[in-house]
Unconditional design. Sequence first.
Length: 631
Amino acid sequence: MERKFMRGMLGATVSGALLLSAGAASAQVEGAGHPGPQPWPTGAVQTLSEDGKVTYLRGGDGIFPEQDPWLPPEGSNTLQPTNLLETIYENAFDSMGREIPNTVPSTPENPYNLHPDPVITPVDKTSPSNDLLAIFAEFEQTANEGGQLDPERVQFALDILEGNPIDRTYSGFPLLMYKGGEKEKVVEPEFDADGNVIGGNVNVHQLWMHQHIMSDTAFIDPTMVQDVPWTITYTVDVLDRGKEDFAPHAMLWDLFNNDEGEVQTRPGWGIDQTFFPVEEGYRHVFEIEMPPARYWKLTYHWGWRIHPPRVQVIENSLQNVMGMYLPDWESYVFGENPSASEEAKLNAIGMIGDLAPAKRMWNAFRTMQSRQNADAASLRNEIEEARNAFFDWTNRNYLPAGVEPDPDADITLLYANNQIYGEVKGYTRDTHDMQRAIDDWRTRGHKIKVTIKNADYYPRAYVAVDFGGMRGWENTFQNTIPVGGQGPWFTFGRTHWWPNTVNPVSIAAAERLPAQVSSNPVAAARAQLVAGGDAPEDQGPIAAARARLLAGETGLPEAATSRERASNGARVVSEDWLQRPSRENTPAVERNAQGLSTHSVHIEFNHEPSTRLRLYQFDPLHHDVAVWSLH
């Protein structure tokens, strides 16, 4: 089946008001190509203040009539958001008129259209939080009784933080996010009798617990399945307080011919591939059907019950972002194999900011390990520091201790431990379980101020993306309430996504204060640069270039140090909006007294938001768990 979507057809009207299970109706929408590609918005502008301290973003113009999506239009008692599209149970079609398989996640006949029933078996639901709380209680009792800490229990705490092998379901999943260079997998192809590739599969293991989703996979190389459907087999272990609906959201490219006839990509669709209830204490194995990998950008795993920050992302590793392929950003900072040796592991962990809660826990337990005969007062101080850091780690909806929100900002974000912590003005700890939102953005023209602080000792970046408010969305999911699902009420359904940012906003590395400088030669070189010296060349030109980058300078290593990923005809994504901004739009390096790199982003929205999600914010260089979204 092939349908040709010409630019002239994009002015067609989507018919009819279709009553949806969530109680809203779709409106008459002008200019829609759905389920083909929606029009591409125009009008986005990104500029930098003269002092380089503020990036100004004017978002693209929405394609729908202006109307508050949370209020019925005049003369009606029914919500009819103009950006809510009619539900169409057909696969999406790209701009070249080609049908994209596996892009209808739910139909009236089959609520779970992209996977068979999962295989479910029991597992030990003990989580890292359970074990760490038990350790704190033991250590406090030992300190109160004047005894010495059990060194095996101290090591057990460090094993939890470092992801060392232990007798737990969560074995191998570190709380310190330093193993990105080891988290790439390759799709194994499947062949027919003539040797043609007809599909493929890759296995992913995830943990869902409290505020966290953790994955053994951050990147998938789909080189061999560019033009055929394939599968991701997920093993999802749901630990203590992990009850959720499993909702992988695949973000897809649209393919089109440019004026020269070359095939290029633009933002296309996002789909919740399922919305299946998962229970704590059980392992769930899902086989999710994927569209051909030529269309696949990433899969975003989210939990609506705690969102943010229950989220994790797996990216297509063939993508080049800001001058380097995504897996190389991880290995460039942390090394290709941080588990190869104790030295490699310590060097990698050393790149994580010391204000990060997981790093604070690690430092405290390392101090306990090295001072077995410490007096009771000193011991209590370290235990208290570790416990306080633990509670900061459990809640990324607040900034951790030692970091204050910007009083002039609507949102303050802290990049730490390859994660993002956030705080919204007006939310207090008395309401810490409330969903984070920017309630006053309802119609176009709204402005917000975001202040970003980087505590990690390597560069980060900021990108904001719209999930259907600008180009439209539909609620495809059926009523699964009888089997415990929540799909029709909370799913993103199928969205037409678009970036709010013109280019990623560069965020410089934090400054390592003198007491934090390690014997790592690259860290020492970086400290020398921060102090105003030159990068020592005796470590080699690549090490010197790396030190310059980590010091906040914009130079990248020679291209030869980044892997060539265009083999076997694989498409390398190199979108304009994912590339390094021009020199005149590169923020100045500004650090506060704590060494934190800081920058502000002021955004003007020129579309109405989706009622599902207003703003998706992430680090495009180290995505994985570095997401902080707002409803």
